[in-house]
Write a protein that binds this ligand. Sequence first.
Ligand SMILES: [Zn+2]
Length: 334
Amino acid sequence: MTIHRFAFPTTIHFGAGARKLVAEHLGALGLERPLIVTDRGIAPLPLLAKFLADLHQLDVAVYSDIWGNPVKSQVDNGVAAFRKHRADSIIGLGGGAALGVISDDKTHIKKIIFSPMLLAKAVFADPELTLDLPPHITAATGMDALTHNVESYLSPAYHPLCDGIALEGARIAAKALRTAVREPHNIDARSDMLMASMMGAIAFQKDLGAVHSCAHALSTIADLHHGLANGIMIDHVMRFNLSAASAKMAELAHVVGVAKHTEEASATAFIDWLSALKRDLAIPATLSAYEAKRPVTRTDIPALVEVAINDTCHQTNPRPCTRADFERIFAEAI
Ligand SMILES: [Zn+2]
């Protein structure tokens, strides 16, 4: 007997202006001293000022000393900020840096920590807060959201609920991502991308895959932005996955609107669609095309493979991924 467990426990308030409900929500719970936790990238944006304006009747402190791929010491400093403010609640204002996983300062090993105690009690998803994000961040985080939907759908685990969410999330992202990058103040496209992002995050409780193992390695070794790393790697990994997941990739081709007459042709069309999307969003086609302060070169491959193979995400990749496979994938992506 196999029993599966599915959990969708969090209340989500979604829509333009949802942030205005946060003060009321805290008030109803008798909370008056929230600590806002956000990252250095978001702190100077109008987004935070807009949000703070709606919390004026509360005694609010902000902890924003989080950046890039966060490490444990940033979390420790956040605990100190919470105590200093004598806070009674935490508002996570994301960005994944403020809401997501952490690495050890010294080993840089990224660990996912999960506990029901860590789940948000309520989510307020307000697309108006994303209107001022610059195009390159919209492109990178949008590719991350798309990757979550794609990888969770392709994972072989049994989770039809998440499969349905992932397919619809991919469809919405495909429809909206180009527009959100080209027209930052298009509220419909922003709303769609926020929804696709949430759907991807819900879907990936099923699983992720080898794109994320590559991205975690690139963030650890070369400090690449997580979404950008996924955006660069996704079509390279999908080419590797093709032989093991052509039926599901054909389904993805259908939802993004590029299906052909045969399964093989559709699956290939889906990968080609990803490459074209990258071009349109100015996501570099390869790692060497990315002009970073710290360029990724072939000499990085052994270190990248070492992190990727020890990352758990690829254990649910549709095609098993060995050390030699990661070597090939990184070599092709450079
Ligand atoms: Zn991700």
